[in-house]
Design a protein around this ligand. Structure first.
Ligand code: AMP
Length: 542
């Protein structure tokens, strides 16, 4: 027997409609790319998103079409988020920090029909435009007064497109399992892979983000997501903020400590979210200038492990509660949060910090387990470790166009590539990573890519690239290489060679030459041994 409740589809349009109707005056404040602080609200965002949908329909955009964005966190990006998904197309956020060949690959693989671009990134697109196979036009996210001279073809001005429409438009109703947004991750080996979210997964994830032990978002919050909207949808915050009617404060391109601090104080931010590297810059600025946070009472730290010293500074010195969160693009991204339990109230500060430092407990909706190499589940005793597997209604079932093949097992478990322990209270702690990638300042560097390029350098026979801990960037790449006998190749030669194919921030911080590299029985590089050997290696940049 089925229950007698209405089967209303969970659509992203319902989030912005709700916010416009019930929290219409709540502000969305952005540091605009053109310069000044810009203020709008949910009512306006919904109206302008509808106008954008009307304009895109006239340009021939259809249900399911992918529309790219290359943009900072700002109100126009938010309008695009809602407009594109709510009309039934797919909002494809492109990470502008990737190198040009990757951007081209991603836009072509996604078959983006149009690309929305902030003024900052117009030159980036100009450089690759001849390789973009399916793009019919570019929408520059500014007004007529700021339109740049550009070599791009079929260029539209964002504000002009919007001004031409009346907003008299009803969001269409369709299957909640329809694709809503697409985000490529380089956190795996090989080419970046597309994670394709649905309306249903996004709305369910938003409910979870709003719960007290999710990120605890409510309408009294003023939220500053420093985490970019091109990183797993800014951890789902734009949708959750609309669901709860929270004020949004968007930092645009300026993410230095001073800019973030000033915005936090001006807009009385209560909650912020970002990777440790960003908070390091903020805390440095606050300390140097002897400042305090007058309104911020919570911060979410994720994307990389939050160092204990950072948690202690926020909590102990500034009275800012830290929510250490873990997740991944493939998980929409929220998986665990490190909040304390009622029973921890009377623990010492030291004991509480030790708990906070763990990646945390699963939020409702996500299941976790750790398994050994044979797939046998390991005990939740806080000691046994294993490959961390996840499943749930906002976790990927496979990459876009089936890249990478089947990625969930017969029971629906997805291997995160992280290695972890889970304690009897359910607190998960990442201890290692089985995926061969390096995470620097929240961005991925593929060790395989660097290795492949390194062996192309004259004089290099073999190269292994591993992550080495770094105080600012969390991890940085170290190349360990074997050179041809008596070849004069130097560290500088190798780095110079890598500059041809890698972005500046992906270049190794150091190169070590060795006589030979360790291998597994099947001839693969034995990275675990290298990681162990070099775990205390002092990089010249540290
Ligand atoms: P991304 O898909 O770029 O968000 O990266 C997800 C990966 O980042 C995870 O699989 C982890 O390896 C790492 N990660 C995310 N959050 C944390 C955290 N709190 N602590 C340690 N690693 C993290």
């Amino acid at each position: 027997m089925l229950g007698l409740v209405q089967d209303r589809p969970l659509l992203i349009s319902s989030l912005i409609e709700y916010a416009a109707l019930n929290h219409g005056d709540v502000e969305i404040v952005s540091r605009s790319v053109e310069g000044p602080i810009h203020r709008t609200n949910y009512r306006e965002v919904n109206l302008r998103a509808k106008k954008m949908a009307q304009a895109l329909t006239k340009l021939g955009v259809e249900f399911g079409d992918r529309i790219g964005t290359l943009a900072w966190n700002g109100y126009r990006h938010l309008e695009i988020y809602f407009g594109i998904s709510a009309m039934g197309s797919v909002c494809h956020t492109i990470n502008p920090r990737l190198f040009p060949e990757q951007i081209t690959y991603i836009a072509n693989h996604a078959e983006d029909k149009f690309i929305f671009v902030d003024l900052t990134f117009v030159p980036l697109l100009e450089a690759v435009k001849d390789h973009l196979t399916g793009v019919k036009g570019f929408v520059i996210m500014t007004d007529e007064a700021h339109m740049p001279e550009t070599s791009l073809d079929n260029v539209y001005c964002y504000e002009t497109l919007i001004e031409a429409e009346d907003g008299n438009y009803e969001w269409p109703v369709f299957d909640e399992n329809s694709a809503s947004s697409l985000c490529y991750t380089s956190g795996t080996t090989g080419n970046p892979k597309g994670v394709l979210y649905s309306h249903r997964s996004t709305v369910l994830h938003s409910f979870c983000v709003c719960t007290t032990d999710g990120l605890g978002i409510g309408n009294r919050d003023s939220i500053l997501p420093v985490v970019p909207m091109f990183h797993a949808n800014a951890w789902g915050i734009p949708y959750a903020a609309a669901m709860s009617g929270a004020k949004m404060v968007m930092p645009g391109s300026q993410m230095d400590g001073q800019s973030i601090y000033e915005l936090m104080e001006q807009e009385q931010v209560t909650l912020s979210a970002g990777v440790p590297t960003v908070w390091l810059m903020l805390l440095g600025y606050v300390k140097e200038n002897n400042l305090r946070f007058s309104s911020m009472n919570r911060t979410v730290i994720g994307g990389s492990a939050a160092p204990r010293s950072m948690i202690e500074t926020f909590v102990g010195e500034y009275g800012v509660e830290v929510c250490h969160a873990w997740g991944m693009t493939e998980m929409s991204p929220l998986g665990t949060t490190g909040n304390l339990l009622k029973k921890h109230e009377n623990l010492s500060d030291d004991e509480k910090y030790a708990i906070r430092q763990k990646q945390g407990r699963t939020v409702y909706g996500v299941e976790l387990k750790i398994v050994d190499d044979e797939g046998a589940e390991q005990p939740r005793d806080g000691v046994a470790f294993g490959r961390l597997l996840v499943r749930g209604p906002w976790i990927t079932s496979g990459y876009f166009k089936h890249e990478g093949g089947d990625v969930v097992d017969a029971d629906g478990w997805f291997d995160t590539g992280d290695v972890a322990t889970i304690d009897p209270d359910g607190y998960m702690q990442i201890t290692d990573r089985s995926k061969d990638v390096i995470k620097s300042g929240g961005e991925w560097i593929s060790s395989i890519d660097v290795e492949n390029e390194a062996v192309g350098c004259p004089g290099i026979v073999e190269a292994a690239v591993i992550a080495v801990p770094h105080p600012k960037w969390d991890e940085r790449p170290l190349v360990i290489a074997v050179k041809e006998k008596d070849h004069p190749v130097t560290k500088e030669d190798l780095v110079h060679h890598l500059e041809n194919s890698l972005a500046k921030w992906q270049l190794p911080d150091d190169v070590v030459f060795v006589d030979e590299l360790p291998h597994t029985a099947t001839g693969k590089l034995l990275k675990t041994k290298l990681r162990d050997e070099y775990k205390d290696y002092k990089l010249p940049t540290a």
